[in-house]
Design a protein around this ligand. Sequence first.
Ligand SMILES: C[S@@+](CC[C@H](N)C(=O)[O-])C[C@H]1O[C@@H](n2cnc3c(N)ncnc32)[C@H](O)[C@@H]1O
Length: 218
Amino acid sequence: MALVPYDENLVPGLSKLHKSSAEFEFADHRLRLAQDWSGLGVAGVIWDAAVVLCMYLELAPVNLKGRTAIELGAGTGLVGIVATLLGGNVTITDRKPALELLRDNVKENIPSDLQGAVQVSELTWGEGLEHYPSGGYDLILGADIIYLEETFPALLRTLEHLSSMESELLLSCRIRYERDKRFLRLLESLFSVQEVHYNEQRDIHIYRAVRLKGKTEL
Ligand SMILES: C[S@@+](CC[C@H](N)C(=O)[O-])C[C@H]1O[C@@H](n2cnc3c(N)ncnc32)[C@H](O)[C@@H]1O
């Protein structure tokens, strides 16, 4: 449950200019995450999709215990941190500029006995995928990562590379534009996609996807 959920409506205002922090309570832990809009833009703040995905992971029957998970486009790392606290072995990823803040947030919010269950690493969609095990993750997580049409083919390639027939993909997002729906249709070329949750207050959808049998080519 979020103690002080991030309010996206504040972004166009003063909060844009400053570094700040946001507090949450998830998985019986009090979390305090640093944000840095001025330095990192969209990667430096916590989006509603992340908060709603954490609520879903905590309350819904998503089993993380002992499972391998990877978070894509993690930004400040809230989802990956909560997934680790819920028992997952989690790789939290984003582009290089976001990694310093991510590492700081992981260090601050994951107790020392769980630090071995989490790693932060660079992953720009579609690049250097050979560094990540093909089909190597039980759970692939992404909050508010469907928004740049030019990244859609690389994002889909990344999801294909990371997933096996047994993997589960959970994507949370606000549908802002037609192009967001276009990505979901693209996703359906390789995955069976189902909406499993809608948070009306925050207008956030969560989609669960599993690989379609026999579909391996883009
Ligand atoms: C809207 S933010 C969401 C951040 C975080 N998941 C959240 O919900 O709070 C989008 C994230 O996707 C990342 N991103 C955008 N394009 C990317 C790419 N080509 N490869 C990897 N990450 C990317 C950004 O760096 C940013 O962290």
